[in-house]
Design a protein around this ligand. Structure first.
Ligand code: FAD
Length: 290
């Protein structure tokens, strides 16, 4: 089902997840374990990331189709403009249409964390162009990325908000980058309202799983980690299980605050970890009025 219809029909907030396509036999096993858990949870949709660097591109397609066919998980395919020609994007979207996939997250793409750290600009240089293309030529329901603290490439928060408002005039919904201050999300929605845009913006929630991963992700996305979160997690830097527990608590508290504020849903960046996601689901499910 199209995500915009799902949001309209739902009497309360949605619970959705992000999955990574596997790259190795070990990550394939981890994903299989996670999927067997997720298929028993009331998940409204699952989005599947796409490697701008190119290594997992076919894996994204295969996982999108698998989620649709084998598991009862409504898929949203991520796709990036980076390194792609218009003809390549047309071929990828055509394949999805042939398989009945209706939802896309249109992105510019980021260089991969590992490897050269570089990627080529595509024939479309901005996500808005892909959003327009997927809607006009493939009638897809299209989501886009939103950055509560502003995108690192933009010259100011104000400029970034204007570009996001432009993107959301075309797209149907947005999913945010992870953040840890609910006020950053509320300010983003408020700024969009002032720019005349009221499309649904679903907050992206990431439970920090280790200090080094958190720092790496924060650096890549330009997300500021508030001092309160650092102080809470730093004592567990050398104690992985305790760190994970404290990180999950941070994610649960943020989700509950946002659900109370009336968000359209919470989107969990699972990193293919079933147990953390399940803990968050168990803690918030009473707040997902269905
Ligand atoms: P855009 O919307 O194109 O914006 C990029 C920059 O250009 C911003 O600074 C923006 O302010 C600026 N800009 C936009 N329009 C204009 C204009 N007209 N004039 C001047 N400047 C302008 N990356 C991946 O590689 N694969 C994934 O699967 C993936 N999934 C993601 C999922 C979510 C929920 C999020 C939030 C991000 C994801 N990303 C992914 C990361 C994303 O690709 C990066 O954040 C990337 O750096 C920007 O993508 P965008 O779609 O926001 O780009």
């Amino acid at each position: 089902m199209k995500i915009n219809d799902l949001i309209k029909r739902s009497s309360g907030a949605l619970f959705s997840i992000e999955l990574w396509p596997p790259r190795t036999s070990t990550s394939e096993r981890k994903l299989a374990e996670a999927l067997s858990v997720f298929s028993h949870v009331d998940i409204d949709f699952a989005s599947i990331t796409y490697g701008a660097g190119g290594s997992t591109r076919d894996n994204t397609h295969d996982l999108v189709i698998k989620l649709d066919r084998q598991f009862n998980l409504n898929p949203v395919a991520h796709l990036v403009t980076a390194s792609h020609s218009e003809a390549e994007l047309r071929a990828i979207l055509g394949r999805y249409r042939d398989h009945g996939i209706e939802n896309l997250l249109a992105l510019r793409g980021d260089p991969p964390i590992e490897g050269s750290g570089r990627f080529e600009v595509g024939e479309f240089s901005r996500a808005i162009q892909l959003a327009e293309f997927a809607k006009d030529e493939f009638s897809m329901c299209v989501g886009v990325a939103a950055h509560p603290g502003g995108h690192p490439d933009s010259c100011s928060l104000e400029e970034d908000r204007k570009h996001l408002a432009e993107k959301l005039r075309v797209a149907d919904f947005a999913i945010t980058q992870f953040f840890y201050r609910s006020s950053d999300y509320l300010r983003l929605v408020d700024d969009l309202m002032h720019l005349g845009v009221d499309k649904p913006v679903i907050p992206g929630i990431m439970a920090p799983t280790s200090y080094s991963t958190l720092q790496k992700m924060a650096q890549l996305s330009g997300t500021e980690i508030p001092a309160t979160v650092v102080e809470r997690l730093q004592p567990y830097e050398d104690s992985p299980e305790d760190f994970k527990k404290a990180g999950t608590e941070v994610a649960i508290e943020l989700s509950l605050t946002l659900l109370e504020a009336g968000v359209p849903g919470v989107h969990i960046f699972t990193m293919n970890q079933a147990s953390t996601t399940l803990d968050i689901f168990e803690a918030v499910k009473g707040n997902l009025l269905r």
